[in-house]
Design a protein around this ligand. Structure first.
Ligand SMILES: Cc1ncc(C[n+]2csc(CCOP(=O)(O)OP(=O)(O)O)c2C)c(N)n1
Ligand SMILES: [Mg+2]
Length: 368
């Protein structure tokens, strides 16, 4: 018998607005009305400015740590623009722009990184889950949320974001396998920024694209210019249409780059070449929108200045709210793990003393 070909696979690559300002009229026509484009530009500019301010807050001791989103704003924003308000947006930690677009308050994100748990209490109307720092967990949550919605006969779908490094975690493979085989409407969005902290993508994924990791599970896959808001919107639209019409998952690889350090705890100069960073700075998602709106005579320096004044004011107000939130009661430390506190913890809650450290005071009944 001759050897035949078991399968041929094609992965579409989507780009509509490139870094030189070229715009594909055929694919891009009607995708984002001009009025919305200006709003998206403002949302991205605001997110970028927050990154700059948050960096200074961390350096001056007013924030624990912070992962800048710089350079990656278009991906989650494109998704949030497309999703319905009651679809789940299940993120990790570089999706501020999409979360803010949905109405998650900026101070929630600030509080999270200031170490205040109340930042994780995403108000329900936003259908967003708390920032997920443990790599990979949220993909399973997204699959579970969409499965629950399907079980209940609700129409909502899930859209989840994760990094290139996260696709090396077992959690990704379990979530993808489960979603594909049980027909669960999840849009898997990988932000391939080529680095997992200091580990380069090429030693984590030997395949030529990350997108093809989804092929293994029978999902349609796309590779998308993640610095192009039009391409991001186009791809997520395709994936959500499939999710709604057929109840099935898709996988999108957004090719992008983090222009900042991994987090404020990192110094990327120790493992990345400046030439690589400079090449990506030229592909900045913000610059190309600005070029387009200027070309369309929708923007000028005066509008830019007025927008930045608005953004600075809003961010200053959010920081003010986050830094001046009422202190939580100390008893919070005890209140959310046990339905009924064990006796020793009850004593600790009442006295704020523990016998386990040799503290023996008259006020502590456990030391009697
Ligand atoms: C389960 C787990 N393992 C390790 C870490 C430490 N860690 C934090 S971020 C990160 C790299 C993630 O890379 P990627 O998924 O590409 O996301 P990126 O930060 O590039 O957006 C690692 C290993 C973690 N947070 N959770
Ligand atoms: Mg990465």
């Amino acid at each position: 018998m001759p050897i035949t070909n078991a399968i041929s696979i094609e992965i579409p690559r989507i780009s509509i607005l490139d870094e030189k300002g070229n715009f594909d009229e055929k694919l891009g026509k009607g995708l984002i009305p001009d009025a919305d484009l200006l709003k998206l530009y403002e949302a991205m500019s605001s997110c970028r400015h927050l990154d700059e301010v948050a960096f200074r807050l961390q350096r001056s001791g007013r924030m624990g740590t912070y992962p800048q989103n710089m350079g990656q704003e278009a991906t989650s924003l494109g998704a949030a623009y497309v999703l319905n308000n009651d679809d789940w947006l299940v993120t990790c930690y570089r999706e501020n722009c999409g979360l803010f677009w949905r109405g998650v308050p900026m101070e929630s994100i600030l509080l999270h990184w200031m170490g205040d748990e109340r930042g994780n209490a995403m108000p329900r109307p936003h259908f967003a889950t708390p920032i997920a720092v443990p790599i990979g967990t949220q993909m399973l949550h997204a699959t579970g949320l969409a499965w629950a919605a399907k079980y209940r006969g609700e129409k909502r779908i899930s859209c989840t974001f994760f990094g290139d490094g996260a696709t090396s975690e077992g959690d990704f493979h379990e979530a993808a396998n489960f979603a594909a085989n049980l027909d669960i409407p999840v849009v898997f969005c990988c932000q391939n920024n080529f680095w997992a902290i200091s580990v380069p993508g090429k030693i984590q994924c030997s395949a030529p694209t990350v997108a093809q990791r989804g092929i293994a599970y029978g999902m349609p896959c796309m590779q998308v210019d993640g610095n192009d808001i039009f391409a991001c919107v186009y791809a997520v639209k395709k994936a959500t249409e499939r999710a709604r019409a057929e109840g099935k998952p898709s996988f999108i690889e957004f090719v992008t780059y983090r222009l900042g350090d991994h987090t404020t705890a990192d110094d990327a100069r120790r493992y990345r070449d400046q030439a690589e960073v400079d090449a990506w700075k030229a592909k900045d998602p913000l610059i190309r929108i600005r070029m387009l709106i200027e070309k369309r005579k929708l923007w000028d320096d005066a509008k830019q200045e007025a927008m930045m004044a608005r953004i600075e004011k809003d961010i200053a107000a959010a920081i003010e709210r986050a830094e001046h939130i009422e202190a939580p009661p100390r008893s919070d430390v005890f209140d959310y793990t046990f339905e009924e506190l064990p006796a020793d913890l009850r004593t600790q809650r009442e006295t704020f003393e523990t016998t386990s450290l040799g503290q023996e005071r008259a006020s502590n009944p456990a030391s009697a």
